[in-house]
Every structure is written in structure tokens, then in C-alpha cells.
Design a protein around this ligand. Structure first.
Ligand SMILES: Nc1ncnc2c1ncn2[C@@H]1O[C@H](COP(=O)(O)OP(=O)(O)OP(=O)(O)O)[C@@H](O)[C@H]1O
Length: 594
């Protein structure tokens, strides 16, 4: 329950919805209880008047008595109707305040979680899968809303109705009141017990559903692999097995649910029988009137819902508490990458790595080991090395996706973690190794860094990235949808759109992480030439596998197992006749053979 205390701030924020809401609940219940008393009076009136009517049998007056009797019954009928209408009005306002409040809080909570997610660092995203992140912002928030809306509404409703009805019962006849509410605690207990079973089973179903949708999502994302390996039948079988599991759990739930209502009706029926029997005896003893029995039956029917709600709301609150616990776990996660009072400055582009080491927190893999180098504004740094040698890790540290675990990364002489994160990142451009494009138009993908679309800038960026001609050849040009809802670009086109997206920013520091691998050498040369112009006076870091890509760089680092094994420019490295030279020879040979 303590986890739900987190939501109290929202109750304060929306107090002017909650407080009137509670008043409306009370008012609707008062008008819900009153009709029972009107019915009792009407019932007794009928009993009395029938006797009176018979007494005047054969007299002229009998018709007058009949008329008075008829019109007073009509009056009672109208009174019951009016009370029901007033109750209905308050019920409407009750929902309009409390349920609407829960929707407002749901909206606030979702936004709060989402923006917190955005503040969290890469390591957090590595630790948790996307399904989990999505579930907490959708499923868990929905459960919490059930507590905020129906949970609170029915709890107040139950308490108020209980007090009013039990009080009304006790004022009529204590003995009858005790007898008729006797089965109620049993009813509430059973409902609570059955509800818990239902919830545990629902939870299992939910888990199965998540795993089923995860399975479907993955197999459709990888549909090309599935088809090319002719694994459709195998995947279908796995899907059927997952569905079977889901079906079994759903059927188990349906069995319990099927028992639920008959059991409840049995206990309610039992209460009615007790009222009729004990009430009948009391009427015969002259302690109560037959109208009181009718009144009691109405009370009992009114109590039925709160008793049901009691069990339901209890388990609903338990589930909401479990969900809020999960939400709080994420909300209390602190971003590892922070910049408190960071320096907001214009970056010139002087980069220095001073004995930088880095170990990935998730795996404990030491990806960089005392790496030192320096590069001045306007220069191009190239990084080459075997796969897994730590090249992308340098890019990650430069973009401050992670902080170095040893040594220092300095930007214009200032430690990178002293700079304001957003200001710094807004002056850097990054083209990641695994290209990610949004399911949107090409233009909007390229213009991702800016708030207002600027077509001339988009077109220029596309030209610089040597993808302009490919785009205008498409039927809808820059307005062509790409991604899941649109066309599929080739690997090289995707890389170039991604480069255009970074170029458009005109950043002071640009990092290209192996993003020319799917581009042919001629186009690569064109892009590098354009970059030379765009990045004049700015710093670029190019990670590559081909020497042809980097041979014109001002400084080249050769990495191996997280260490720099050679550095210099193309000529000095060639003269060394070391690892770089060997790689060059090897690639030259491969090219000749090709
Ligand atoms: N996010 C991560 N979490 C844990 N370990 C990682 C992560 N990213 C990389 N590594 C590990 O760190 C080491 C260096 O990886 P890195 O991606 O920097 O190599 P790379 O030189 O860029 O390789 P490639 O040329 O194949 O892209 C590898 O052993 C890799 O398994």
C-alpha cells in the first residue's frame, strides 16, 4: 500500500474534483436509500386501505376511498421516481468528477514516466527490454487508474451505503437487521477469495499475452529471415504452442468466473429467505409491519453491490499497489549520465582522450584500455581496427552515452561531464553504426534535428550526403514514407539519409560510426569530399573498416583489443610497416582479386 502513497500528490492537485466527487457519492446514496422508506409507507398504506375498502363494501363512500387510495399510491410512485432521478443526477456528477480525475491523473502519470524514461541513460535501456518499458507506461498505469477512479469511487460508495443502510435497518428492527446481514461477511470473504484467484489467473494470462505479442512482434520484424530460411511451419508451430498455453490459462480463469455469480446469487437469496422467515415471525408477533419486510428486501438488494464491491475493490487496490511498485522502481531510477549546472558553451571541437578506459557496466567487458589521443578543431580523426576492438565505444563516450570508467575525455580542455549535456549534444552530430530511421517521410527523417521544416536545408543536406538524386527519383520524392508503413530503402540509401540527418545540424563535432560500409567507393569519395567542405573548421571522427575511407584523415588511430596500437597519418603509418600497413596490403590484394 505504501507504494500508492506516491499518487497522493495527484489527489492534492485534483482536490477540487475529488472533494465534490465524494460529496456526490454521499448524496447519491442518501437518495438511493430513501426510496426504501417510501416503499415501506406505500406498502403499509396498501395493507391498511385494502381493509378500509372492504369495510365500506356496498356503501357509496367506497369509490371515494378507492380514489384517494389510488391518487396517494400514484403520489408515492412519483416520489420514488423523483428520488431515483435525483440519485441518477448525483451518480452522473459522481462519475464526472471522480472518473474524470482518474483520467487526468492517468495522463499526468504517463507523461511523467515517459519523460523520466527519456532522461535515463543508455545502460538503463540495455538492462530493460522494450516490452517491459511499454508495459509499465500502459498496462501498469491502467491498473493504477482503476484504483484512482473506480477504486476510490466504490470504496466511498460502499462505506457510505453501508452506514446508511445498516443504520436504517437497525432503526426498524435490530433482530431482523442482524439476521439479514449475517451472510454478508461470508459473501464478502468469498468474493475476496475468488477475486484473488481470478487476479492471479488474469496475471498469468497477461504474462502469456505479453510473451505471445513479443513472439509475434519478433517473428514479423524478422519475417525476411523466417521466409528465407523456410521456417514458417516451425514458427507457426511455436506460435500454436504459445497460443495453447494462453488458451489453457484463459479456460482456467473462465471456470472460476463461471462459479462467481451463481455463488453470489445463492448467498443473496439466502439473505432474502432469512428476512422473509424472521420478518414473518416478527410481523406475527406484532413487532414490525409487512411494509418493513418490503423495506428490508430493498435494503438487502442495495447492500448486494457494496458487498461485491468490497471484495472487488480490495483486490483491485492490491493489483494497483503492485503496479505502482513497478512504476516507482523506474521512477526512482537515476540517470547515470547527469550534468548538474553544466557549462553551456559553444564547442570549438578540440577533443582529447587522456588515458581513457571503459568497462561496460552490463557485461563487465573492458572495451577501452588507457586510450590517449588528441584532435584539433577542423581536423579529421579516423579510427580503424578489428571488429570488437572498441571503435564504437570511443563514439559512445564522445556522445556521452556512457561516462569513462578511467581517465578523462576533454572537450576544448573541459572534462566532458562538466559540460551541459543538452547543449553539448546539440552541437554534435552522430551517425550510428546500426541505422535507425523513423516510420515517417524522408524529409522529416532528415529534418529530425529541427522543429520547423526547412526544405532548402533538407535538400542541401541530402545533396551533401549524395542521396539527393536517389530521393527525387522516387515518385513522391522527399515526401516518400519510409519504414514500416512505407518503402524500404537500400542499405546504402539508409546510411546516406542518416548522414544527411546529421549534416543538417551543422554540428561542431561529427561522429560517423562505420556508416559508409554499404556505400560504393565512388559515392563514398563524393560524400567525403562534400564533408570536407561542410566540416571546414569543425571536427570529424570517422570510424571505418576500409583504408580507402580514411586515408586522407589528419590523424588515424589503429585499435586492437581496446588499445591504440598505432597512430599517425596515412604516410607515417605506412612507413611504419606495422598493423596498418599489413591491413592496407591485405585490402589492396582483396580489391585486386575482386
Ligand atoms: N552496449 C554494450 N554492452 C556491453 N558490451 C558491449 C556493448 N557494446 C559493445 N560491447 C563490447 O565492447 C567491446 C568493444 O565493442 P565496440 O562496439 O566498441 O567494437 P567495435 O570496434 O566498434 O566493433 P565493430 O567494428 O564490430 O563495430 C566488444 O567486446 C563488445 O562486445
Amino acid at each position: 500500500m505504501k507504494h500508492l502513497a506516491y499518487l497522493n500528490k495527484f489527489f492534492i492537485k485534483y482536490r477540487w474534483r475529488l472533494l465534490p466527487g465524494i460529496l456526490f457519492v454521499v448524496a447519491s446514496n442518501i437518495f438511493g436509500v430513501l426510496p426504501a422508506q417510501v416503499i415501506r409507507v406505500a406498502f403499509d398504506l396498501v395493507a391498511e386501505n385494502i381493509d378500509l375498502y372492504r369495510l365500506y363494501d356496498g356503501f357509496n363512500r367506497q369509490q371515494v376511498i378507492y380514489d384517494i387510495f389510488g391518487s396517494s399510491l400514484l403520489l408515492f410512485g412519483l416520489l420514488v421516481l423523483a428520488l431515483a432521478l435525483i440519485r441518477g443526477m448525483f451518480l452522473f456528477f459522481m462519475r464526472q468528477t471522480i472518473i474524470l480525475m482518474s483520467r487526468h491523473i492517468e495522463y499526468d502519470l504517463k507523461n511523467e514516466i515517459y519523460s523520466h524514461y527519456q532522461a535515463l541513460s543508455m545502460a538503463f535501456y540495455r538492462r530493460h527490454n522494450t516490452g517491459d518499458l511499454m508495459n509499465r507506461v500502459t498496462e501498469d498505469v491502467s491498473r493504477v487508474r482503476m484504483y484512482l477512479g473506480p477504486g476510490i469511487m466504490y470504496t466511498v460508495n460502499t462505506v457510505v451505503l453501508f452506514i446508511l443502510v445498516i443504520y436504517a435497518m437497525l432503526t426498524v428492527n435490530v433482530k431482523l437487521a442482524i439476521y439479514s446481514v449475517l451472510p454478508m461477511p461470508i459473501l464478502a470473504g468469498i468474493i475476496y477469495y475468488v477475486n484473488n484467484i481470478i487476479n492471479t489467473r488474469s496475471e498469468k494470462i497477461q504474462e502469456r499475452l505479453s510473451s505471445l505479442s513479443g513472439f509475434v512482434q519478433e517473428t514479423f520484424s524478422g519475417i525476411r529471415v523466417v521466409k528465407s530460411y523456410v521456417r514458417e511451419a516451425f514458427i507457426r508451430k511455436s506460435f500454436a504452442a504459445e497460443s495453447e498455453d494462453y488458451k489453457i490459462h484463459s479456460m482456467e480463469l473462465a471456470r472460476v468466473q463461471a462459479l462467481f455469480f451463481p455463488l453470489m446469487l445463492l448467498l443473496v437469496g439466502l439473505s432474502n429467505v432469512i428476512v422473509l422467515y424472521v420478518g414473518g415471525v416478527e410481523v406475527m408477533n406484532g413487532n414490525i409491519t409487512p411494509g418493513n419486510i418490503a423495506e428490508f428486501i430493498v435494503y438487502l438488494s442495495q447492500l448486494m453491490f457494496p458487498v461485491m464491491a468490497l471484495g472487488w475493490v480490495t483486490s483491485l487496490i492490491q493489483r494497483a499497489a503492485a503496479s505502482q511498485k513497478r512504476i516507482n522502481e523506474f521512477l526512482h531510477e537515476q540517470p547515470e549520465i547527469i550534468s548538474v549546472n553544466g557549462i553551456k558553451t559553444t564547442v570549438k571541437g578540440h577533443i582529447e582522450f587522456n588515458k581513457v578506459s571503459f568497462t561496460y557496466p552490463e557485461t563487465g567487458i573492458k572495451a577501452l584500455n588507457e586510450v590517449s589521443f588528441s584532435i584539433k578543431p577542423g581536423q579529421m580523426l579516423a579510427i580503424i581496427g578489428r571488429t570488437g576492438s572498441g571503435k564504437s565505444t570511443i563514439a559512445n563516450l564522445l556522445m556521452r552515452m556512457y561516462d569513462a570508467t578511467g581517465g578523462e575525455v576533454l572537450i576544448d580542455g573541459t572534462p566532458i561531464n562538466k559540460l551541459d549535456l543538452d547543449t553539448y549534444r546539440s552541437q554534435t552530430g552522430f551517425v550510428p553504426q546500426s541505422i535507425f530511421l523513423f516510420s515517417d517521410t524522408i524529409a522529416r527523417n532528415i529534418a529530425f534535428a529541427i522543429d520547423v521544416m526547412d526544405m532548402p536545408r533538407v535538400e542541401q543536406a541530402a545533396k551533401d550526403a549524395a542521396v539527393y538524386n536517389n530521393i527525387i527519383e522516387l515518385e513522391q520524392g522527399f515526401d516518400t514514407m519510409i519504414g514500416e508503413r512505407g518503402i524500404t530503402l537500400s542499405g546504402g540509401q539508409k546510411q546516406r539519409v542518416s548522414i544527411a540527418r546529421a549534416i543538417l545540424k551543422h554540428p561542431q563535432i561529427m561522429v560517423f560510426d562505420d556508416c559508409l560500409s554499404a556505400v560504393d567507393t565512388r559515392t563514398e569519395e563524393e560524400i567525403l569530399n562534400n564533408l570536407g567542405k561542410v566540416m571546414q573548421g569543425k571536427t570529424s571522427i570517422i570510424i571505418a573498416h576500409r583504408i580507402s575511407t580514411i586515408k586522407n584523415a589528419d590523424h588515424i588511430l589503429v585499435l586492437d583489443e581496446g588499445r591504440i596500437i598505432e597512430q599517425g597519418n596515412h604516410h607515417t603509418l605506412m612507413d611504419k610497416k606495422g598493423a596498418y600497413f599489413a591491413l592496407y596490403e591485405k585490402q589492396l590484394l582483396e580489391e585486386e582479386n575482386a
